[in-house]
Design a protein around this ligand. Structure first.
Ligand SMILES: Cc1cc2nc3c(=O)[nH]c(=O)nc-3n(C[C@H](O)[C@H](O)[C@H](O)COP(=O)(O)OP(=O)(O)OC[C@H]3O[C@@H](n4cnc5c(N)ncnc54)[C@H](O)[C@@H]3O)c2cc1C
Ligand code: SF4
Length: 550
């Protein structure tokens, strides 16, 4: 791997080489920019570091201290960002539905949330591109949102998919099977196909599941990017003209260092991104960088993720097959017959025994021998989940606490609570999924209330008074400071966010590449859509799959 000299200025310093950061460094390096990716966690060696075991994979999560409060405190750790090259894409389940066209205009259509500064049509070519790059396996026809087909064939059903189909079919609810999921249904290049053992959230030692660690970062390195792992960014530095000059960080030995750069792109996830901006407060930016709108840290969102568990007489063995393989989006859009705006999806999940034990503790208050008996019965249980759209609220936010971490950096304090529409949506969605589980033939049905997928907290928008970045991720306040990760979402829909995060990263990269040197100059801000650079895809992207349906 190329190594830049200490003190050498690069074009772009990318903070966080996760889902978005991985795609971004790959594009920028291929386009010939000098790029350094600073990553707090390790550069994983999938053979050496990973195990197909639930307890052995806890290293994959960001487990640094955070303070969580509010009326519905979020849990962190395994319900969280990743730590290490690939970020959350290393431990995601790889469900990859697109947002619906309506998600980009919830305020105009339904009077709730806020409109995005871009439309579905702006992002659609990037959805199609990333679905090829990952690639995504799925049905030939996916009927919801903007109906489309997938270039790679669907996966065979696991027992939990059968349960969802049975329940939905009985109730007359349409259901999609075999994806969309960024897991190989057939081998491709040097990546083998899925072997259906269900350790996807544990990293997928096999390499069948997409992560930017295996699909994008190798190409970035091959094109001259330096990925500096175990380096924790502490502060973004500015000069007297209030232009970003680089990033101060703690290197792998805990020593302070600086990476100078002509522009900085923060890709640290919905908690660490606002934390870094707030921790970088300095004269002229007393309330944090890019925070003239007072929206840095605000409008943090999580999706409702209630898990409904059902016991069946027959063996289910829900661990066999990727957790993500069947879903319905029949309840996705606002329905005036319901007492809430927006909607939810229903998806398969396949908790392994440790996660199952936790769910049973919450759902049934199980403990001691009772919990042990339930665990011995694990193979008879199946789980499906709500994925519901909770609306952005200014008081759901990330702030800095007065406590400090091992680097002496103030740790984040997160406040989260449900509002009226959210409460009504969760109540309806949870009951609907319990109904589906019962219709599938479960003899006992219980549920665990939980939240999934954090986004927001540095949202994009047209108006600098109410948003942090423009539609390409450039902060309104500082011309050479960008944000590119899930934190720029203005609303979140009921689709898992990962595909959209990677698609937005490819779009931001195209913008930076199209604008060239102008990005590094002050006061020039053109917001024209860039040409789509399909030629920058990783090798082996095209010429595979089955013919697309149009
Ligand atoms: C168990 C689980 C399952 C999931 N399943 C799905 C799914 O099926 N489909 C889906 O779409 N989404 C899923 N998600 C969510 C998905 O993983 C995230 O939404 C996505 O990875 C977020 O991308 P990001 O680029 O915003 O951040 P990340 O991918 O988390 O990347 C952030 C990176 O920045 C690094 N970093 C942070 N701060 C610093 C710093 N100060 N200095 C240096 N580096 C830093 C982190 O170490 C990390 O590598 C799942 C999440 C979890 C927890
Ligand atoms: S089930 Fe498939 S995608 Fe999941 S860990 Fe196993 S091989 Fe990887």
């Amino acid at each position: 791997m190329r190594r830049f000299q200490p003190g050498e200025e690069v074009d772009y310093c990318v903070v966080g080489v996760g889902s978005a950061g991985g795609v971004l460094v790959q594009r920028l390096a291929r386009a010939g920019f000098r790029v350094v990716g600073l990553e707090a966690g390790p550069f994983w060696d999938t053979e050496r570091d990973w195990v197909s075991d639930e307890a052995g994979s806890h290293e994959l999560y960001w487990t640094d201290p955070r303070i969580s409060g509010g009326t519905h405190p979020l849990s962190f750790g395994a319900n969280n960002s990743g730590r290490g090259v690939g970020g959350g894409s290393v431990h995601w389940a790889a469900f990859t539905p697109r947002l619906h066209p309506s998600d980009f205009h919830t305020y105009s259509l339904d009077g709730v949330g806020v409109d995005w500064p871009l439309s579905y049509e702006d992002l659609k070519p990037y959805y199609e591109l990333l679905e090829l790059e990952m690639p995504v396996s799925g049905p030939a026809y996916f009927p919801w949102g903007d109906p489309h087909g997938y270039p790679f064939g669907p996966h065979p059903m696991g027992a939990i998919g059968d349960i969802l189909i049975r329940g939905c079919t009985k109730l007359g609810i349409g259901v999609s099977i075999g994806g969309p999921v960024a897991i190989l249904a057939g081998s491709r290049g040097d990546r083998p196909h899925c072997i259906y053992r269900g350790f996807c959230i544990q990293g997928c030692k096999v390499g069948a599941k997409q992560s930017t660690l295996i699909t994008h970062v190798p190409d970035a390195v091959a094109h001259g990017a330096e990925i500096r792992d175990r380096c924790m960014a502490a502060r973004i530095n500015l000069d007297r003209e209030k232009r970003v000059t680089g990033v101060a960080y703690f290197d792998r030995d805990g020593k302070e260092a600086e990476q100078r750069a002509r522009a900085v792109i923060v890709c640290g996830y919905a908690i660490e991104t606002p934390r870094l901006l707030l921790n970088s407060a300095c004269p002229g930016f007393e309330s944090g960088l890019a925070n003239s709108s007072d929206t840095v840290g605000r409008y943090l969102m999580a999706q409702a993720g209630n898990v409904v568990l059902g016991r069946f007489d027959e063996l289910v063995r829900m661990y066999k097959a990727p957790p993500a393989h069947a879903m319905t989006e029949e309840f996705y859009e606002t329905d005036p017959r319901r007492d809430f705006a927006r909607g939810f999806a229903i998806q398969t999940v396949g908790p392994l025994p440790i996660a199952f034990a936790k769910q049973m503790m919450v759902a049934k208050g199980a403990w001691g021998w009772g919990l042990r008996r339930l665990l011995m019965d694990y193979n008879h249980w199946g789980a499906i989940a709500v994925l519901g759209e909770l609306l952005p609220a200014a008081d759901n936010r990330v702030e800095l606490s007065d406590e400090k971490d091992r680097f002496g950096l103030r740790i984040p304090k997160i406040t989260f609570g449900l509002h009226d529409n959210d409460e009504r949506l969760v109540a309806y969605a949870k009951n609907k999924v319990m109904e589906v589980m019962s219709a599938a033939g479960a003899e006992e049905v219980v549920q665990e209330a939980r939240f999934a997928h954090l986004v927001g907290a540095a949202r994009m928008g047209d108006d600098p008074r109410s948003s942090v970045t423009d539609k390409f991720g450039r902060t309104h306040d500082i011309d050479n400071l960008f944000i590119c990760d899930g934190s720029v979402f203005p609303t979140q829909g009921s689709a898992n966010p990962g595909l959209t995060i990677q698609a937005l990263a490819a779009r931001t990269a195209d913008y930076l590449i199209a604008r060239g040197d102008e990005v590094f100059r002050q006061g020039v801000r053109v917001l024209e859509a860039p040409p789509i650079r399909r030629d920058l895809s990783p090798p082996d992207t095209f010429g595979h799959g089955v013919p697309r349906l149009t």
